[in-house]
Design a protein around this ligand. Structure first.
Ligand code: ADP
Length: 270
Protein backbone atom coordinates (compact mmCIF):
# COMPACT_ATOMS: atom_id res chain seq x y z
CA UNK A 1 0.00 0.00 0.00
CA UNK A 2 1.39 3.41 -0.94
CA UNK A 3 1.57 6.07 1.74
CA UNK A 4 0.15 9.53 1.28
CA UNK A 5 2.85 12.19 1.19
CA UNK A 6 1.75 15.66 2.25
CA UNK A 7 3.84 18.79 2.25
CA UNK A 8 2.46 21.33 4.72
CA UNK A 9 3.42 25.00 4.59
CA UNK A 10 2.49 27.89 6.85
CA UNK A 11 0.82 30.27 4.42
CA UNK A 12 -0.32 33.06 6.70
CA UNK A 13 -0.09 33.93 10.39
CA UNK A 14 -2.19 36.65 12.01
CA UNK A 15 -2.89 37.15 15.75
CA UNK A 16 -6.01 34.99 15.48
CA UNK A 17 -5.41 32.91 12.32
CA UNK A 18 -2.97 30.32 11.21
CA UNK A 19 -3.37 29.29 7.58
CA UNK A 20 -1.73 26.04 6.59
CA UNK A 21 -1.51 24.80 2.99
CA UNK A 22 -1.15 21.10 2.41
CA UNK A 23 0.01 19.78 -0.95
CA UNK A 24 -0.28 16.15 -1.94
CA UNK A 25 3.13 15.06 -3.25
CA UNK A 26 2.24 11.38 -3.60
CA UNK A 27 1.79 11.53 -7.36
CA UNK A 28 4.88 13.69 -7.86
CA UNK A 29 6.96 11.23 -5.88
CA UNK A 30 5.60 8.33 -7.83
CA UNK A 31 6.46 10.01 -11.13
CA UNK A 32 9.91 10.79 -9.84
CA UNK A 33 10.44 7.11 -8.98
CA UNK A 34 9.16 6.03 -12.41
CA UNK A 35 11.57 8.44 -14.07
CA UNK A 36 14.49 7.25 -11.95
CA UNK A 37 13.75 3.59 -12.78
CA UNK A 38 13.57 4.51 -16.44
CA UNK A 39 17.01 6.08 -16.41
CA UNK A 40 18.48 3.07 -14.59
CA UNK A 41 16.85 0.67 -17.07
CA UNK A 42 17.93 2.70 -20.09
CA UNK A 43 21.55 2.75 -18.93
CA UNK A 44 21.42 -0.99 -18.36
CA UNK A 45 19.84 -1.72 -21.74
CA UNK A 46 22.31 0.49 -23.61
CA UNK A 47 25.28 -1.18 -21.99
CA UNK A 48 24.65 -4.53 -23.68
CA UNK A 49 24.88 -3.48 -27.36
CA UNK A 50 27.57 -0.89 -26.64
CA UNK A 51 29.66 -3.53 -24.84
CA UNK A 52 29.12 -6.00 -27.66
CA UNK A 53 30.13 -3.41 -30.24
CA UNK A 54 33.37 -2.53 -28.54
CA UNK A 55 34.28 -6.21 -28.08
CA UNK A 56 33.55 -6.90 -31.74
CA UNK A 57 35.60 -3.90 -32.82
CA UNK A 58 38.54 -5.23 -30.83
CA UNK A 59 38.08 -8.66 -32.39
CA UNK A 60 38.02 -7.22 -35.90
CA UNK A 61 41.19 -5.32 -35.17
CA UNK A 62 42.92 -8.49 -33.94
CA UNK A 63 41.72 -10.44 -36.98
CA UNK A 64 42.93 -7.87 -39.50
CA UNK A 65 44.77 -10.49 -41.60
CA UNK A 66 41.82 -12.91 -41.73
CA UNK A 67 39.33 -11.50 -44.26
CA UNK A 68 36.72 -14.16 -43.53
CA UNK A 69 36.74 -13.34 -39.79
CA UNK A 70 36.64 -9.63 -40.52
CA UNK A 71 33.58 -10.16 -42.73
CA UNK A 72 31.80 -12.23 -40.08
CA UNK A 73 32.50 -9.90 -37.18
CA UNK A 74 31.64 -6.82 -39.24
CA UNK A 75 28.25 -8.35 -40.02
CA UNK A 76 27.68 -8.85 -36.30
CA UNK A 77 28.73 -5.28 -35.64
CA UNK A 78 26.16 -4.11 -38.15
CA UNK A 79 23.41 -6.07 -36.48
CA UNK A 80 24.39 -4.81 -33.00
CA UNK A 81 24.44 -1.26 -34.36
CA UNK A 82 20.96 -1.78 -35.83
CA UNK A 83 19.72 -2.98 -32.44
CA UNK A 84 21.26 -0.02 -30.72
CA UNK A 85 19.68 2.33 -33.22
CA UNK A 86 16.22 0.74 -32.75
CA UNK A 87 16.63 0.98 -28.99
CA UNK A 88 17.62 4.65 -29.05
CA UNK A 89 14.75 5.41 -31.42
CA UNK A 90 12.21 3.75 -29.09
CA UNK A 91 13.65 5.36 -25.98
CA UNK A 92 13.28 8.78 -27.59
CA UNK A 93 9.77 7.96 -28.74
CA UNK A 94 8.75 6.78 -25.29
CA UNK A 95 10.23 9.72 -23.41
CA UNK A 96 8.54 12.09 -25.84
CA UNK A 97 5.22 10.38 -25.10
CA UNK A 98 5.84 10.47 -21.37
CA UNK A 99 6.68 14.14 -21.37
CA UNK A 100 4.08 15.31 -23.85
CA UNK A 101 1.18 13.41 -22.30
CA UNK A 102 -1.46 15.17 -24.35
CA UNK A 103 -1.55 15.09 -28.14
CA UNK A 104 0.06 17.88 -30.09
CA UNK A 105 -1.06 17.14 -33.63
CA UNK A 106 -4.60 15.88 -33.16
CA UNK A 107 -6.72 15.58 -36.29
CA UNK A 108 -9.47 13.35 -37.69
CA UNK A 109 -7.97 9.98 -38.47
CA UNK A 110 -9.65 7.09 -40.28
CA UNK A 111 -8.87 3.91 -38.38
CA UNK A 112 -8.74 1.52 -41.34
CA UNK A 113 -6.25 3.85 -43.07
CA UNK A 114 -4.04 3.59 -39.99
CA UNK A 115 -4.35 -0.19 -40.04
CA UNK A 116 -3.54 -0.34 -43.76
CA UNK A 117 -0.41 1.71 -43.33
CA UNK A 118 0.72 -0.35 -40.35
CA UNK A 119 0.12 -3.57 -42.32
CA UNK A 120 2.13 -2.22 -45.26
CA UNK A 121 5.05 -1.45 -42.98
CA UNK A 122 4.91 -4.79 -41.17
CA UNK A 123 4.73 -6.73 -44.43
CA UNK A 124 8.45 -7.08 -45.11
CA UNK A 125 9.11 -8.79 -41.79
CA UNK A 126 5.98 -10.93 -42.20
CA UNK A 127 6.94 -12.05 -45.73
CA UNK A 128 10.44 -12.91 -44.57
CA UNK A 129 8.86 -15.27 -42.01
CA UNK A 130 6.02 -16.53 -44.22
CA UNK A 131 3.44 -15.16 -41.82
CA UNK A 132 0.32 -13.96 -43.61
CA UNK A 133 -1.31 -10.73 -42.42
CA UNK A 134 -5.02 -10.42 -43.10
CA UNK A 135 -6.93 -7.22 -42.34
CA UNK A 136 -10.55 -6.21 -42.45
CA UNK A 137 -13.52 -4.90 -40.51
CA UNK A 138 -15.62 -1.74 -40.30
CA UNK A 139 -14.48 0.91 -42.78
CA UNK A 140 -14.53 4.66 -42.22
CA UNK A 141 -14.48 4.82 -38.42
CA UNK A 142 -12.95 8.15 -37.38
CA UNK A 143 -11.01 8.99 -34.22
CA UNK A 144 -9.35 12.23 -33.14
CA UNK A 145 -5.65 11.69 -32.79
CA UNK A 146 -2.10 11.72 -34.03
CA UNK A 147 -1.96 9.59 -37.15
CA UNK A 148 1.74 8.75 -36.89
CA UNK A 149 1.46 7.66 -33.29
CA UNK A 150 -1.54 5.47 -34.08
CA UNK A 151 0.31 3.84 -36.98
CA UNK A 152 3.27 3.21 -34.67
CA UNK A 153 0.99 1.59 -32.07
CA UNK A 154 -0.71 -0.78 -34.52
CA UNK A 155 2.60 -1.52 -36.19
CA UNK A 156 4.19 -2.47 -32.85
CA UNK A 157 1.34 -4.91 -32.23
CA UNK A 158 1.73 -6.37 -35.72
CA UNK A 159 5.53 -6.63 -35.46
CA UNK A 160 5.13 -8.55 -32.21
CA UNK A 161 2.44 -10.81 -33.65
CA UNK A 162 4.81 -11.69 -36.50
CA UNK A 163 7.91 -11.98 -34.30
CA UNK A 164 6.28 -14.35 -31.79
CA UNK A 165 4.56 -16.58 -34.38
CA UNK A 166 5.93 -19.59 -36.22
CA UNK A 167 6.27 -19.56 -39.99
CA UNK A 168 3.16 -20.42 -41.96
CA UNK A 169 0.70 -18.98 -39.45
CA UNK A 170 -1.74 -16.12 -39.89
CA UNK A 171 -2.08 -12.75 -38.20
CA UNK A 172 -5.48 -11.14 -38.35
CA UNK A 173 -6.08 -7.46 -37.73
CA UNK A 174 -9.67 -6.35 -37.47
CA UNK A 175 -11.44 -3.04 -36.87
CA UNK A 176 -14.81 -3.06 -35.06
CA UNK A 177 -16.94 -0.20 -33.93
CA UNK A 178 -18.66 -0.89 -30.62
CA UNK A 179 -20.85 2.00 -29.56
CA UNK A 180 -18.64 4.98 -28.78
CA UNK A 181 -15.47 2.93 -29.07
CA UNK A 182 -13.53 1.41 -31.91
CA UNK A 183 -11.50 -1.74 -31.35
CA UNK A 184 -8.45 -2.74 -33.31
CA UNK A 185 -7.71 -6.38 -32.53
CA UNK A 186 -4.47 -8.05 -33.60
CA UNK A 187 -4.86 -11.81 -33.39
CA UNK A 188 -1.97 -14.23 -33.82
CA UNK A 189 -1.47 -18.00 -33.70
CA UNK A 190 1.90 -17.75 -32.04
CA UNK A 191 3.61 -18.79 -28.81
CA UNK A 192 1.13 -17.01 -26.54
CA UNK A 193 1.77 -15.47 -23.11
CA UNK A 194 0.98 -17.08 -19.78
CA UNK A 195 -1.28 -15.37 -17.26
CA UNK A 196 1.46 -14.06 -14.95
CA UNK A 197 3.33 -12.44 -17.84
CA UNK A 198 0.19 -10.98 -19.41
CA UNK A 199 0.02 -8.48 -16.56
CA UNK A 200 3.60 -7.39 -17.08
CA UNK A 201 4.20 -7.21 -20.83
CA UNK A 202 3.16 -3.54 -20.97
CA UNK A 203 5.93 -2.56 -18.54
CA UNK A 204 8.98 -0.87 -19.98
CA UNK A 205 11.76 -3.30 -20.87
CA UNK A 206 9.75 -6.30 -19.69
CA UNK A 207 10.30 -9.38 -21.85
CA UNK A 208 8.90 -12.83 -21.22
CA UNK A 209 12.01 -14.46 -22.66
CA UNK A 210 14.88 -11.97 -22.97
CA UNK A 211 17.01 -14.27 -25.15
CA UNK A 212 14.22 -14.88 -27.60
CA UNK A 213 13.25 -11.23 -27.67
CA UNK A 214 16.87 -10.33 -28.44
CA UNK A 215 16.89 -12.80 -31.34
CA UNK A 216 13.82 -11.13 -32.79
CA UNK A 217 15.41 -7.71 -32.38
CA UNK A 218 13.01 -6.77 -29.58
CA UNK A 219 13.72 -3.93 -27.19
CA UNK A 220 11.05 -4.55 -24.57
CA UNK A 221 9.63 -1.09 -25.23
CA UNK A 222 7.14 -1.78 -28.02
CA UNK A 223 4.13 -2.49 -25.84
CA UNK A 224 4.76 0.33 -23.39
CA UNK A 225 4.76 2.69 -26.36
CA UNK A 226 1.39 1.20 -27.42
CA UNK A 227 0.07 1.69 -23.90
CA UNK A 228 1.11 5.35 -23.83
CA UNK A 229 -0.32 6.05 -27.28
CA UNK A 230 -3.62 4.45 -26.24
CA UNK A 231 -3.79 6.45 -23.00
CA UNK A 232 -2.95 9.72 -24.78
CA UNK A 233 -5.94 9.08 -27.06
CA UNK A 234 -8.27 8.40 -24.14
CA UNK A 235 -8.22 4.67 -24.85
CA UNK A 236 -6.48 1.55 -23.64
CA UNK A 237 -4.86 -1.68 -24.76
CA UNK A 238 -5.35 -5.16 -23.37
CA UNK A 239 -4.21 -8.71 -24.03
CA UNK A 240 -5.91 -12.05 -24.08
CA UNK A 241 -3.80 -15.13 -24.66
CA UNK A 242 -3.56 -18.87 -24.46
CA UNK A 243 0.01 -20.13 -24.17
CA UNK A 244 0.91 -22.23 -27.19
CA UNK A 245 -2.14 -21.11 -29.11
CA UNK A 246 -1.82 -17.42 -29.70
CA UNK A 247 -2.51 -13.94 -28.44
CA UNK A 248 -4.98 -11.17 -29.09
CA UNK A 249 -4.03 -7.56 -28.39
CA UNK A 250 -6.92 -5.11 -28.48
CA UNK A 251 -6.49 -1.38 -28.83
CA UNK A 252 -9.62 0.57 -27.84
CA UNK A 253 -10.13 4.20 -28.80
CA UNK A 254 -13.04 6.60 -28.42
CA UNK A 255 -14.63 7.42 -31.79
CA UNK A 256 -14.79 11.03 -32.99
CA UNK A 257 -18.56 11.07 -33.41
CA UNK A 258 -20.20 9.20 -30.56
CA UNK A 259 -23.66 7.87 -31.28
CA UNK A 260 -26.31 10.48 -30.41
CA UNK A 261 -28.61 7.94 -28.83
CA UNK A 262 -27.47 5.64 -25.98
CA UNK A 263 -24.79 3.45 -27.47
CA UNK A 264 -26.49 0.39 -28.88
CA UNK A 265 -24.81 -0.73 -32.08
CA UNK A 266 -27.61 -2.96 -33.25
CA UNK A 267 -30.59 -1.08 -31.85
CA UNK A 268 -33.43 -0.75 -34.39
CA UNK A 269 -33.36 2.54 -36.30
CA UNK A 270 -36.52 4.36 -37.27
P1 ADP B 1 9.82 -6.66 -27.47
O1 ADP B 1 10.55 -5.57 -28.16
O2 ADP B 1 10.69 -7.53 -26.63
O3 ADP B 1 8.91 -7.40 -28.37
P2 ADP B 1 7.41 -5.54 -26.29
O4 ADP B 1 7.21 -4.47 -25.27
O5 ADP B 1 6.84 -5.26 -27.64
O6 ADP B 1 8.95 -5.86 -26.37
O7 ADP B 1 6.79 -6.87 -25.73
C1 ADP B 1 7.15 -7.31 -24.43
C2 ADP B 1 7.17 -8.82 -24.36
O8 ADP B 1 5.84 -9.33 -24.49
C3 ADP B 1 7.95 -9.49 -25.48
O9 ADP B 1 9.31 -9.60 -25.16
C4 ADP B 1 7.28 -10.84 -25.59
O10 ADP B 1 7.84 -11.73 -24.62
C5 ADP B 1 5.85 -10.56 -25.20
N1 ADP B 1 4.95 -10.43 -26.38
C6 ADP B 1 4.56 -9.29 -26.96
N2 ADP B 1 3.72 -9.52 -27.99
C7 ADP B 1 3.58 -10.87 -28.06
C8 ADP B 1 2.82 -11.75 -28.91
N3 ADP B 1 2.03 -11.29 -29.90
N4 ADP B 1 2.92 -13.09 -28.66
C9 ADP B 1 3.70 -13.55 -27.66
N5 ADP B 1 4.43 -12.78 -26.83
C10 ADP B 1 4.37 -11.45 -27.02
Amino acid sequence: PSRLLLQVRVAQVTPDHLLLLAEDLTQARRLEAVRRDFVVNVSHELKTPVGALSLLAETVQDAADDPEAVRRFSARMRSEAARLSALVHEIIELSRLQVAGALEDAEEVVVDDVVQEAVDRARTAADAKSVRIVSGGDPGVVVIGDRNLLVTAVRNLLDNAVAYSPAGTRVNVGVRRRGDLVEVAVVDEGVGIDAADQERVFERFYRVDPARSRDTGGTGLGLSIVKHVAADHGGDVSVWSQPGRGSTFTLRLPVATPAAAPAAPDAPTT
